[in-house]
Design a protein. Sequence first.
Length: 212
Amino acid sequence: MTDNPVTVTSVTSQYATQVAQDLELNTKEQERIGAELSALQAQLRILQDDQSVLHSIQKTLGSRPASAPSTPEPSTSLPQQASGKNTTTRRAPSKTAAKAPSAKKTTVQAKKEKTQGAELKAATASAQPTLIALIRTHLDQQNAPRSAAEVTSALAQAHPQRTIKSTVVRTTLENLVAKSQAHRSKQGGSVLYTSVAEQDSSKREKAGAVSS
């Protein structure tokens, strides 16, 4: 006895509809994971930049830098689309399966909040001037040499929302001197720093006084 053609056509149509729905859900899930991956990659780049700055400061201080752990590259592979040959009949969800969407929702929400926090931190960090820029601006505004302690005190008062340490300021000043972006001099037992613009201005004034 052969199958009824009408029944076979109906079953095939049901399978085709189910596969189309599964493919649509699969595509949406790929888009969601891709967006989360992009946000995490942006956070990783920020951390890598911070790591480079910290290594530079550590090297300037003269200590042996610890070997940087290898940063694993995030996998960009996406889940493969469901095959059109999957014609397995769906079974009624069990009680355990019924709880899965709730757990999945909690995980997705936590990842979303973490991603938003990372984006907010990155935006805040990019909106603030760097410590190097603050130090160079401060030196340019001075008409006399300043010690690292004086620079630290002035920046801490001008930017109370930031944590500015004297050791970091001194290291940054030494880096500016090494790059010929600042001048260093000694008066007694004190080490003083002057901006390049101020130093050049003083030289011109002395040259003018000698010529006159």
